[in-house]
Write a protein that binds this ligand. Structure first.
Ligand code: NAD
Ligand code: ZN
Length: 362
């Protein structure tokens, strides 16, 4: 085992589970202890299958393995493709004791997790995330679901995995844009509550972009540890977990405006975090130099500074009003109380929100 191998645990009582992090784990790590019976259904997509499916199968020695290979893309995170997972499970006679395995990015992870939450009223599943974003965010915490034409992630369930296997070497085949998108969620952890990590990110961003094994493993470990800690406190997002949505209300508006898949989720979150930082500065919660520092870090990760050309303040207004984080018609946003301390608030003034849109929309 490489000396970069690390393990941590998501503490949720009897539903606690381990996260394994390290290089070259696919094909070498035995995951069969996390499979309850003989059957395994690996769900992946057309891009990931040729790269990693054979190695993923080797993680389940002695098991009867079936596979579903879905088309690749956010636009396929829908009922039709969810149903293809159920079709395969029923055609191959998978019982209530089967284990689903998600091999791919967040799209595959969210869909497979939701399929596992629903199939025969719930079966276990394992996450093998292969994008940086899914390794630091979507594979941990049990949020699963699919998109609806009227809203992203609007149909889903909480369903925790049995374990998460993060092979950091799988990032070598990831396009650079996807690496930057994943770094947005990594930066998010620093911004919401970990100043030491933020400083570490400022010092290591160049090596992270280059995917140097040691800093990459460290960034993934610290991100997962932060997410695991928050999920352990507030599994169903009744309170503190909402701070993980920093930049996401602005970001979802950008994603919806540009059409699923044109802007990557992490890219939209990167710009969204900048907009949240701008609003925090206008509200007097952080200083201008804090804002500049956040901007430098986000841009150094290769993330976009502005929303898509043509997107107006009115577009933001109408798209953010339908966001599911609204309670009683008041816009709840995650803002920054200091450079590494996020808070959920409905107090931001409409004038400052309008000013934020004006500054970002050209
Ligand atoms: N459940 C959660 O808590 C949570 C959190 C954040 C995001 N999400 C969801 O995650 C999704 C985004 O995830 P994503 O960014 O991983 O996107 P993705 O799943 O679409 O993957 C991005 C692209 O990379 C490809 N790919 C995956 N692994 C690869 C590899 N190792 N080498 C080369 N190509 C590879 C994929 O096929 C795809 O084309 C969104 O649907 C979002 O809603 C969920
Ligand atoms: Zn996100």
């Amino acid at each position: 085992m490489s000396n970069l191998f690390r393990e941590l645990s998501v503490e949720l009582g009897e539903r606690s589970y381990p996260i394994f992090i390290g290089p070259d784990l696919l094909g070498s790590m035995d995951m069969s202890p996390y499979v309850s019976a003989a059957q395994v259904m690996i769900v992946t997509n057309e891009t990931v299958a040729p790269l990693y499916l054979e190695r993923a199968k080797a993680c389940f020695p002695g098991k009867r393995i079936d596979t579903v290979i879905l088309p690749d893309g956010e636009k396929f995170k829908d009922w039709q493709n969810l149903n293809r997972i159920f079709d395969a499970l029923l055609e191959q006679r998978h019982t209530r004791r089967t284990t689903l395995v998600a091999l791919g990015g967040g799209v595959i992870g969210d869909m497979t997790g939701f399929a596992a939450a629903c199939y025969q009223r719930g079966v276990p599943f394992i996450q093998i995330p292969t994008t940086l974003l899914s390794q630091v965010d979507s594979s941990v915490g049990g949020k699963t679901g699919i998109n609806h034409p009227l809203g992203k992630n609007m149909v889903g369930a909480f369903h925790q995995p049995q374990s998460v296997l993060i092979d950091t070497s799988s990032l070598k085949t990831l396009p650079p844009r996807e690496v930057s998108a994943g770094l947005a969620e990594v930066i998010k952890y620093g911004l919401i509550r970990d100043h030491d990590f933020l400083v570490w990110l400022e010092e290591n961003m160049e090596s992270l972009i280059r995917l140097e094994p040691e800093p990459v493993a460290e960034a993934i470990f610290r991100s997962c540890a932060c997410k695991a800690e928050i999920v352990a406190i507030d599994e169903h997002e009744g309170g503190i977990r909402a701070i993980l949505n920093l930049g996401h209300t602005f970001g979802h508006a950008i994603e919806t405006y540009s059409g699923y898949g044109n802007w990557l989720h992490g890219e939209a979150v990167g710009t969204g975090m900048l907009m949240a930082a701008e609003l925090s500065a206008l509200e007097g919660m952080i200083s201008r130099s804090d804002y500049d520092r956040i901007r430098r870090l986000i841009l150094s990760a290769g993330l976009p500074e502005k929303p898509p050309a043509g997107m107006t303040a009115e577009d933001f207004m109408s798209l953010m009003a339908v966001d599911k984080k609204n309670v009683d018609g008041r816009l709840r946003l995650v803002l920054l109380r200091s450079v590494a301390d996020a808070v959920v608030t409905s107090e931001a003034s409409p004038e400052n929100l309008a000013l934020t849109f004006a500054r970002f929309c050209s």
